[in-house]
Ligand binder design. Structure first.
Ligand SMILES: Cc1ncc(COP(=O)(O)O)c(C=O)c1O
Length: 302
């Protein structure tokens, strides 16, 4: 993200408009680099709130939450940002497209996709430099993939996922539950940010390259369509009951109060899917709109 902003021309002290509804890693990285974060609001359809004036900033971060496209054309038309001022945060949107069939992450001068969030690998992100003039500058700093062994936790997850698939026993959910009994879950404080971009590991890149995009698209879309009625039967509200064309969902976003969320977890337990709240917001922060306090995700990570 910060490398993308540097390529766009941002420097210490630049004002970056960022949706208020975001994980704290994003704002922490920006502050670390000396950028000034200018928050803007989003609607409960996860779009910038264009009824408010253009944020007072030189650059804007737009977010394709959970693989659902941000309306970039309105960011240009209504707020007047140019493609060279917009950083497209496609952390969640690997393989996803918008209603005009454009790949997410490639609709402005620079976009980034954290593919490690969509496919289970140890690391990996893509910085898409879509403006040829900026690509010339970025090209000279290309990083070579590096061999690194997979940590044992990842190997365990691969094995559990394969065994779960064969036996129908929700091993990942069982291990998550066991882990919660013994390890106190704390929100990690921000310390993993590296100023120097790190090369992806060869194993992560190989997994990405071997991924069958059509099969993964079909799996995610059909899972989404099967789960909407399940979530709704439990009393949850799917944010997007009809899955838009082109979207390859990272997760199913839903609104649920704590009791309902427990119901949803119970209903999905046997399918070995993880259900969690997003992002890590301060609990009981009544300044936040009600819907933001009750947003949860059913993750589709295999
Ligand atoms: C919307 C969004 N953007 C950016 C990030 C940061 O991505 P990464 O951890 O790959 O740097 C996250 C992290 O969860 C995120 O949710």
């Amino acid at each position: 993200m910060c490398e993308g902003l540097r390529l766009l021309g941002a420097t210490r002290g630049s004002r970056i408009a960022v949706p208020r509804f975001i994980c704290s890693d994003v704002t922490a990285s920006l502050c670390c680099e000396g950028y000034l974060v200018v928050p803007y609001e989003i609607t409960n359809q996860l779009q910038p709130d264009f009824s408010s004036p253009r944020p007072d900033a030189e650059y804007v971060l737009i977010v394709n939450y959970f693989g659902f496209a941000c309306d970039v054309d309105s960011v240009v038309r209504i707020w007047g940002f140019t493609a060279r001022q917009i950083l497209e945060d496609n952390a969640h949107g690997l393989f996803s497209r918008d209603s005009g069939n454009r790949w997410l992450g490639q609709r402005t001068a620079i976009g980034f996709t954290s593919f490690r969030k969509t496919i289970r690998v140890r690391d990996g992100g893509i910085l898409s430099v879509n403006d040829p003039a900026l690509a010339k500058v970025a090209g000279s700093r290309e990083l070579k993939p590096e061999p690194r062994p997979n940590p044992w936790g990842l190997t365990f997850r691969y094995l559990s996922a394969a065994l779960s698939h064969r036996t129908g026993i929700p091993l990942m959910n069982i291990s998550r539950k066991v882990k919660r009994q013994f390890v106190e879950v704390t929100v990690e404080s921000f310390d993993s940010y590296s100023r120097v971009p790190t090369a992806v590991s060869t194993s992560s890149l190989a997994t990405l390259e071997a991924c069958d995009v059509t099969a993964e698209t079909t799996r995610r879309r059909s899972l989404y369509e099967r789960l909407v009625p399940v979530v709704e039967r439990c009393g949850g509200i799917a944010l997007f009951p009809d899955l838009p064309k082109g979207v390859v969902p990272y997760a199913l976003p839903l609104l649920a109060r704590p009791e309902t969320l427990k119901e949803v977890r119970r209903a999905l337990w046997r399918r070995d899917l993880e259900v969690f709240q997003w992002p890590d917001l301060p609990p009981n922060d009544f300044q936040l709109p009600e819907w933001q306090r009750h947003l949860a995700l059913v993750s589709f990570l295999k």
